[in-house]
Ligand binder design. Structure first.
Ligand SMILES: Nc1ncnc2c1ncn2[C@@H]1O[C@H](COP(=O)(O)OP(=O)(O)OP(=O)(O)O)[C@@H](O)[C@H]1O
Length: 756
């Protein structure tokens, strides 16, 4: 129940003053903590070190620790406190982005993720959960500018309290604010159905299905913050990965988690998930569909096998004076033997090499006569053969070492290899994916590279490098242990303490603890971007409907525990290789370990615009229901039939007039991908999508794929008919474009029937 205002402006001022008093104390405390972290950071940074590895590593660890703490405390400055709960039992507490305590550990502010804070989001008048009043507090900088009460238990409130009730809708005022080009956090106004998703348990896969604007993205990000807070021990080390549809989208959301005080999260698109590969080249939908199909896993395996050659005829090799012979069946046996012992191509290669060298060595020894040759001689002969260029060349022909990049680029540049590895593809399908050897990588290559890496195993160089680093790390750890022992010795000697044997055990733990701190691995947020073997504690996938079956296969490898949050909307699927059914996908990877939740209220798009979107949705699938809009604006969308030759002028004029309307808000012009260049030429002064700061300007020109997940005060769609025609999922694309608007929608061009 919304509270009715007590006795007008006087009460409001009085209540604002009450809250200001409390909020000022919180900020003072925040300042103290921040200064402390800054002081500690400054101290470790200027501290002279002895220059040993140990001292450096200790200093780096503390620098990480204090700078992490400092940036967390800085990130929560805006809107530090946003709510208050008055319990029926008499207690009252404030809720904010982080927890703060005074010197005596009395809470000044409770973190929104604690169990105690849950009632702030869940209590309703029908079910008050022990809360009589929920107060929303609005800050501007450090100043309280508004309070807004929900009266949840009218019987529990006394007359004095009743006179201090303030009424105003916090949610609606936040929804109608102008957009800034960056997503904002919503901790102050999380709704009950959203809160259930945010606090849902860590294990298993949670699928959040919901129409456009229902808060899927923002809820998923708050869930990341909640999980990191609640399961810090478990997730702090392994980290959380958030996968988004494109880099513009990642920039759009990248402030949300830091503003919630969380910095240990990796944001990535699927295209960035293979280390060292920048997959930026565009790709026709038909190629993306073929390469995203699960059948590609077999194709990659077959392609690798195709590089292991068994010749039809015996191979004769002249080494020194000897002619050595390798028969096809011996080669085949050597290959089979190596693979039986080690299935990964690159890892099995040394076993194959050893077997072949053994066969050749035996032939040399037989020529000389076994009785003249000792074991050491045999080793020498083998080594000599191994050093011979002709032998090496032969071994490379029979079983080359392969990198994933080499395999995938050769496969897609050779019709013969592709035909052999992918017999299910027709000649025209093959020609759709064939390309020059040195072609740039596309997004759908990434999962194939990952598959190849999985089946190839590391090359000998990589293995040697890893072993070298492991040896260096072990040496550093040993040095660390000695150092810690040294410190304890010095401390003991200085204090002339005699210690008992049981105490030594305690010191051992202390030493082990310190050593761990000193040699702490790079935080998950830094470490992961470079290591495809990294396993995340939790993976969040946004716009999940866009991922192909091969993308999912790759992602599942990054999360063997299957602790995931998948958010998406099947009706918005634009990718030809995208998901058509959650059950089909998840029964394969997480049978009986996945659950669904649904979001039903649209917080973005007003009902007038949703009416237009609803017609498009009905054309996609008449059984689908659009989400219910939470607000209306009183402004009807403008749909105008414009002949093709007048469209450029009409778009220019519309941009000009929208610009005047939106003030400091944002406008997106959404155009068909195939006509992006034409419209970019018509609108040279607006921000274009290749510009990383495309969302910072007032007007952004985007195609539909680039607008996924974003929102703008006003949206202008040009040439909807081409958007519908240019892809198999054209109607879904139009649906996505329409639902990006928070206030105003204009559609210009030839109008397809569905907009009739
Ligand atoms: N409880 C809330 N309080 C305030 N704003 C909210 C709330 N829930 C959602 N919103 C706002 O609604 C808008 C839509 O949210 P979001 O982008 O997460 O939706 P979505 O379901 O991911 O949409 P789409 O599928 O269309 O990309 C955002 O501006 C978000 O901040």
């Amino acid at each position: 129940m919304k509270a009715t205002t007590g006795s007008g402006a006087g009460v409001l001022e009085q209540e604002i003053a009450v809250e200001q008093g409390e909020v000022t104390i919180m900020y003072e405390r925040l300042d103290v903590l921040r200064e402390k972290a800054r002081g500690e950071l400054g101290r470790v940074q200027v501290e002279e070190t002895t220059g040993t590895d140990q001292a450096r590593s200790e200093r780096e660890s503390f620098t990480d620790l204090f700078s992490g703490r400092f940036s967390q405390l800085s990130a929560v400055e805006r809107g530090l406190c946003f709510g208050r709960i008055d319990e029926t039992a008499g207690d009252r507490f404030h809720i904010g982005r982080i927890g703060l305590f005074d010197d005596d550990y009395n809470p000044l502010l409770i973190d929104w993720r604690t169990p105690v804070a849950q009632v702030f989001y869940r209590a309703t008048a029908a079910e008050p959960l022990g809360v009589k009043r929920r107060r929303h507090i609005r800050l501007h900088g450090r100043t309280v500018v508004g309070v807004d009460d929900d009266l949840l238990d009218a019987d529990a409130i006394d007359d004095g309290e009743r006179s201090t009730l303030i009424g105003e809708a916090a949610l609606l005022s936040s929804l109608s604010a102008s957009r800034t080009g960056r997503m904002n956090e919503i901790v102050a106004t999380i709704q009950s159905e959203q809160d259930e998703i945010i606090r849902s348990g860590l294990p298993g896969v949670l699928v959040v299905q919901g129409g456009p604007g229902t808060g899927k993205t923002v809820v998923a990000l708050h869930r990341a913050a909640y999980l990191l807070y609640t399961h810090r021990e478990q997730l702090g080390r392994s980290g959380v990965l958030v996968v988004g549809p494109n880099s513009t989208f990642l920039r759009y959301i990248d402030q949300v988690l830091p503003s919630l005080g969380e910095t240990d999260v990796v944001l990535a698109t699927v295209s960035e998930m293979f280390p060292g590969v920048a997959a930026t080249a565009p790709e026709p939908a038909v190629a993306a569909r073929i390469k995203g199909n699960l059948a590609m896993a077999d194709v990659i395996a077959q392609a690798i096998a195709g590089f292991r050659v068994v010749p039809a005829e015996p191979i004769r090799l002249k080494v020194n004076q000897d002619e050595l012979v390798l028969r096809p069946d011996a080669i085949r046996k050597a290959q089979q033997g190596a693979l039986a012992a080690q299935p990964l191509h690159n890892r099995a290669r040394p076993l194959f090499v050893r077997r072949v060298l053994k066969i050749l060595t035996k032939q040399v020894v037989d020529r000389i006569g076994r009785q003249y040759v000792g074991d050491a001689d045999i080793e020498d002969i083998q080594q000599e053969l191994f050093d011979d260029d002709r032998v090496l060349e032969l071994l490379d022909q029979l079983w080359p070492e392969l990198t994933p990049q080499l395999l995938v680029s050769v496969l897609f540049s050779s019709d013969d290899r592709l035909a052999a590895a992918a017999p299910h593809l027709s000649a025209s399908e093959r020609s759709a994916v064939l390309r020059p050897l040195a072609a740039d990588w596309t997004a759908s290559d990434v999962a194939l590279l990952d598959e190849a890496a999985e089946l190839l195993g590391e090359t000998a160089d990589v293995v040697a490098g890893r072993k070298r680093r492991a040896a260096e790390d072990a040496a550093a750890e040993e040095a660390g242990r000695e150092y810690a022992h040294g410190i304890v010795d010095i401390e003991l000697t200085a204090e002339r303490i005699t210690i008992e044997p049981w105490e030594i055990e305690q010191f051992k733990d202390l030493i082990a603890q310190r050593t761990r701190v000193f040699n702490r691995p790079a935080s998950s947020a830094e470490g992961t971007a470079y290591d495809r073997n990294w396993v995340f504690g939790h993976v969040i996938v946004d716009e999940a409907q866009e991922l192909s079956a091969m993308d999912w296969r790759m992602l599942m490898r990054r999360c063997p525990r299957r602790s995931m949050t998948i958010v998406g909307d099947i009706a918005q699927t634009g990718s030809a290789a995208g998901v058509r059914s959650w059950a089909e996908l998840l029964d394969r990877y997480a049978a009986r370990r996945w659950r669904t939740a649904e979001l039903t209220v649209n917080y973005r798009t007003p009902s007038e615009i949703m009416a237009v979107a609803g017609d498009v949705l009905a054309a996609i699938d008449p059984t689908l229901q659009p989400p219910t809009s939470v607000r209306e604006t009183g402004t009807r969308p403008l749909l105008r039939n414009v002949p093709p030759d007048e469209l450029p002028d009409a778009v220019r004029t519309a941009v000009k007039s929208e610009r005047e309307h939106i003030g400091d808000g944002r406008l997106a012009v959404i155009v068909p991908a195939s006509r992006y260049g034409e419209f970019a030429a018509v609108l040279p002064e607006v921000a274009h999508s290749h510009d990383p700061s495309v969302l910072d300007g007032t007007v952004a020109l985007l195609d539909v794929a680039q607008s996924k997940g974003l929102e703008f005060d006003a949206v202008l769609i040009a040439d909807p008919a081409t958007i519908v025609q240019e892809s198999d999922r054209g109607l879904s694309d139009l649906y996505v474009a329409i639902t990006r608007a928070t206030k105003h929608l204009t559609i210009l061009g030839e109008l397809p029937d569905v907009l009739g």
